[in-house]
Design a protein around this ligand. Sequence first.
Ligand code: NDP
Length: 250
Amino acid sequence: MDELFDLSKKVVVVSGGSRGIGLALAEAFALRGATVVITGRDAARLNEAAQKVAGVQTQVCDVTNADAVAASVKDLGQKFGRIDTWINCAGVNIRKPAVDFTADEFDAIISTNLRGAFLSAQAVGRLMIDQKGGSIINIDSLSSFSSLKHVTPYGMAKSGLSSMTRALATEWGRDGVRVNGIAPGFILTDLTRELWSDPNLQSWNRAVTPLGRMGAVEDLIGAAIFLASPASTYVTGQTLRVDGGISAGI
Ligand code: NDP
């Protein structure tokens, strides 16, 4: 195997790895020989995912619970002796006009997509600073830098995540800890299935995406492997847009 992309000795944790993008990334890392743990809120869903993907281990952790996040990182660090890559993938969304959001809905979105990612990065960052190296990958979004309809709190959370990527990369670079993001465009998952069930929206999507099709979870794998592997040793503080070119302009 090309050592630039060798992941065979890596310990990789994917928060929100029980389905969708997180599970696809977990499977890709496991296939390349990494030790992989997926986390999520639902034990049954995690077990179902682990049955589909050979070798993947599971841990229940709700990223909105600060104590649970700290305990999860501590436990995984002790179990494996190190964590090489942490992927912040846990995310939720609610779509409605900005005037209709309740305070609780706003809090739920920020709490998972932004606060949860920060708490996770903070806990794993301490561990990576101690072990003198590591790669954190934040699953960001096109809506971080391009305003999409009816997702104001989600876009705010993802913009915050982009800011966190730059800030932590700056703060931890000299400790050997790299922090980058991946900003997917429109990807078909449970999170977006209802939205994309409208054929008119699908046609619009194909029309505005330079590569002419909607994204699939597999489209994120290459970027994640790159950011976790020795191929990206001198890359930090960047958010890589994987969106079929949609952010380049229409
Ligand atoms: P899915 O709904 O398919 O998966 C979301 C994952 O997050 C699940 O594993 C879910 O597990 C987990 N999760 C949700 N809340 C929590 C929580 N509080 N604690 C721990 N885990 C949680 O969505 P996607 O795969 O589409 O999304 C993955 C990431 O990609 C998200 O951050 C999303 O914002 C981002 N993204 C997605 C895009 C898309 O078009 N699909 C586009 C851009 C970004 P469980 O519910 O079992 O806890």
